[in-house]
Design a binder for this molecule. Structure first.
Ligand SMILES: C[S@@+](CC[C@H](N)C(=O)[O-])C[C@H]1O[C@@H](n2cnc3c(N)ncnc32)[C@H](O)[C@@H]1O
Length: 348
């Protein structure tokens, strides 16, 4: 866009140069980014910041060409929270995510425009953050009861206590949660977006029943028969995003997952996308293994980053070489493989 606009300007075609920039700006104000497990909106907030920065560069270019730029936002043409979509099962986190986006937007506005108020109404209900399950929809969820009508419960899968015999952490059976059954479970629809990002929950296949309960895992299996049960929970998100992108219903996706994504069982979900000759998917950016600190319990885990788009593309593969644990700081060095050795879809 910048090259085209400056070329027009150099040729004395000012109107065309301005039209080029404005068209790009309008496009920027339409791009939607979805985090289908958005938590309290950190990823969406960072994405908003990046897009606002990019918008700033575009508007500066307009300004350099002698065009007024401040008016656009007041006319409602600006990057704003309606473009940042989230699905989140925890309703409290979903509300926070919405607030985080508005705070980010307003901070940016006042940093850029000083005391000029944004267009009214300032806060709008875009329904961009949906408090719901990203994987399944269902007709009803019912509490399971035994013959006497007492709710059936299970260990919550999280709470532990110290064993008086071994001193190790063992399940604390007093921490019980109720069991549910899901009626008519089916795949949940995702809102339309050009880009999909996120770090959906890391739960290994073996832990799924313990962490989520039989009723939920059975519902997931009914809704997602194409994803083998013996794969990490996160692979359902990966599958959905890859399917949307491979079929040109989204432009690209990027996920942080546990690094077990490259293990044999989990590859059964990934490989069919990479090998599909009709609708091939390329992983254009991959870090197969990287240290990470789990936000829920602070545990050290290993993660992978995969980003995919439709078609056959070259890839950047970053492999983690060394880490020096210096107190809180993990320093990393990378070996970068670019251009890649293969133009075929990259495998991890
Ligand atoms: C690691 S956090 C994601 C953090 C997020 N990317 C951010 O920027 O803050 C994973 C989130 O997935 C949510 N989650 C778990 N299962 C879900 C489901 N089935 N549908 C939607 N969200 C889910 C959790 O409540 C949690 O907030």
């Amino acid at each position: 866009m910048q090259v085209a606009a400056l070329t027009y300007e150099g040729q004395g075609k000012h109107k065309e140069a301005v039209a080029e920039i404005r068209a790009y700006h309008r496009h920027l104000c339409d791009v939607r980014v979805l985090d289908p497990a958005c938590g309290s909106g950190n990823f969406l907030y960072v994405t908003l910041e990046h897009m606002k920065r990019l918008e700033g560069e575009v508007l500066n270019l307009l300004h350099d060409l002698g065009e007024s730029q401040g008016l656009l936002e007041l006319e409602g043409v600006t990057v704003d929270p309606h473009q940042f979509l989230g699905l989140e099962i925890n309703p409290r986190a979903a509300r926070i995510a919405e607030m985080v986006l508005w705070i980010g937007y307003l901070q940016w506005h006042f940093r850029t425009h000083g005391k000029v108020n944004p267009p009214e109404p300032v806060l709008r209900d875009f329904h961009n953050i949906e408090p719901r399950d990203a994987l399944i929809a269902y007709d009803a969820v019912e509490l399971l009861r035994d013959e006497s009508g007492k709710p059936i419960t299970r260990w919550d899968g999280i709470t532990t206590k110290t064993s008086p015999i071994t001193g190790e952490q063992v399940p604390d059976e007093s921490a019980q949660v109720e069991q549910y059954i899901y009626r008519n479970p089916r795949k949940a629809e995702w809102p339309q977006a050009e880009y999909i990002v996120g770090n959906p929950p890391f739960i290994g296949a073996k832990m799924m029943r313990m962490a989520l309960g039989d009723g939920y895992v059975d519902a997931i299996q009914t809704a997602w028969p194409e994803v083998p049960q013996a794969t990490d929970f996160v692979l359902r998100w990966w599958h959905q995003a890859a399917d949307l992108v491979a079929n040109n219903r989204a432009k690209a996706f990027g996920f942080i997952t546990s690094n077990s994504i490259s293990q044999t069982f989990n590859r059964r979900v990934i490989e069919p996308f990479l090998e599909d000759e009709k609708h091939p998917l390329s992983l254009f950016f991959v870090i197969p293994d990287h240290p990470w600190v789990d936000s829920s319990d602070g545990a050290a885990v290993r993660i992978a980053i995969t980003a995919g788009r439709a078609g056959l593309h070259e890839a950047v593969l970053l492999s983690f070489k060394r880490e020096h644990d210096k107190g809180e700081h993990l320093m990393t060095t990378w070996s970068k493989c670019f251009p890649p050795l293969q133009v075929k879809p990259t495998r991890i």
